[in-house]
Structures are given as C-alpha cells and as structure tokens.
Unconditional design. Structure first.
Length: 265
C-alpha cells in the first residue's frame, strides 16, 4: 500500500501488502512531532492524490501518450514535491504496469510507452532542479549511483537521484558503463561518501562481490567509502552481505536517506 502523510500530503513509503497500490494514510516524522491527535485525519487531500494516481495509471495501461508537463503541473498543484511525484505516483504505477506486462495483460508497446513517459518526466524534473555545473561541485558529491555490470535498467537510480536531491543529498549518476580506470579516477576526483549500486538479479551478487573487492583493494582510493546496494531481488534476502555497509531490502526510501545523512554529517 502507498503511504502518504495525512497532514502534509508527503509520500512516506509503502507497507504490506506491497502489491496493493491503494493510497493509505499515516503521519510522517515531522508531523508526528507536531500533531498529538493521530485519530483526526483530513483525507480529502489523499482522495485527490488517489484520483491523480488512478488517472495516470489508467492512461498508462490504456497506452495513451501522457504529457510529462501536464502530470508534473498537476502534481505540484496538489502540493507534492518532485520526489513525491516520482516515488509515490510514477514508480509504483511503473511497477504495476510491469507486473501486468509480465502476466501478458499489457502489450510490449504499452509497457514501452509508459517507460518512455517515466524517463521523460525524470528529464523534465532534473531540468528544473537547480544544480551547479559538475566542475563546481566536485567536493560536494555525497553518493555515486550506478548499476552493476549487466544491469541496464537505469530508471531506478534516476528516480533515486531526484529523491536524494530533494532531500538535500548531492548524488551523481553513472548511466553508462565506465572502464575500471575511468571509474577509479572519477571516485578519486569527487570523493563521495558512498557508492550505491543497483542490482536486478541474484546472479548479479557474484559480479557485485568482485566489483566491491576491486574498489576496496585499490590503493588509489585511500579514503573512507561506504558501499550500498538496492534492487527488487534483495527484498527477500535473509542474510547480510558482509562486504556491504547498507542493503536496501525494504520499501521505505526514508531508511536509505537517513543512512546517507548519517554518513554525510
């Protein structure tokens, strides 16, 4: 279920059952501190968000071309932040459409059309976020976001890029594979606090171990660097991966953000 704060209408994560995309209410951390009467909810805003969610979902499933500008404008008019639109609306709808495609209930054209829309709205949002030129923020990068070799699905780390920037965490996304030398040189240049790696399949764990071992034993990287991983295949992971500092195996993006804030400070 998709959880939104009843008072400030901010996306605050998901809860079981995860395949149920109904909008439900709760309180974010900030509003918990402000309001003591947790049984008095004004859910009119949540109803509007649910209608917004359903509208985009129905258009996506119907193969209708959706204008990113219209979607973003409507979301902002509802009082949502960029990260709310991405994580509370677009991302769960994309998962839902992906589920329907895997069950052969949607055509590949419909799935590709919504993927194209998702990438377009990411580009639109990033174009509106004020960021210094990369050369001016070399020493301000908190985390590098990248996919493990063999994972070409970059839309997840692009979603995350927007969410982190909204939370005041400076992220840098690697969309295309780099050679080992170029990657090491980039890490040395920007000196991030962490590298967050996206994996899709459990078989990627073998590549992940080799990759992290290479970086940890590289004498050129002589500063502290945390290693984080995320991906749907980790949701049911029962054991910790000893060479990884943080594993995102929940549906609560706030845990990920709070960990980065803790190592940033």
């Amino acid at each position: 279920m998709i959880r939104w704060c009843s008072y400030c209408a901010k996306f605050i994560g998901e809860k079981e059952p995860y395949q149920d995309y109904t909008i439900t209410h709760g309180l974010c951390i900030n509003c918990k501190a402000k309001f003591s009467n947790k049984n008095s909810f004004d859910i009119s805003k949540l109803n509007e968000i649910q209608e917004f969610f359903s509208e985009i979902e129905n258009q996506g499933k119907s193969g209708i071309i959706i204008a990113p500008e219209d979607v973003l404008k409507k979301g902002l008019n509802l009082g949502l932040q960029y990260s709310d639109v991405i994580m509370g609306i677009i991302q769960p709808i994309m998962r839902k459409i992906g589920d329907l495609f895997e069950k052969k209930l949607l055509s590949i054209e419909q799935e590709h059309l919504f993927s194209h829309f998702s990438n377009s709205i990411i580009n639109l949002i990033l174009s509106k976020i004020s960021i210094d030129e990369f050369g001016k923020i070399e020493n301000k990068i908190d985390v590098i976001l990248m996919c493990i070799e063999g994972n070409s699905h970059t839309i997840g780390i692009r979603f995350l890029d927007i969410v982190l920037k909204d939370a005041g965490i400076m992220s840098y996304v690697i969309l295309y594979p780099l050679s080992e030398d170029k990657l090491v040189n980039l890490i040395i240049k920007v000196r991030p606090k962490a590298i967050a790696i996206s994996i899709v399949l459990e078989e990627h764990l073998t590549k992940l171990e080799k990759f992290v071992h290479f970086l940890k034993n590289n004498p050129k990287i002589n500063f502290s660097l945390k290693y984080m991983i995320g991906g749907n295949c980790l949701k049911n992971l029962k054991k910790n991966i000893e060479y990884i500092d943080y594993t995102d195996n929940s549906y609560d993006i706030n845990n990920f953000i709070n960990y980065l804030k803790s190592i940033k400070s």
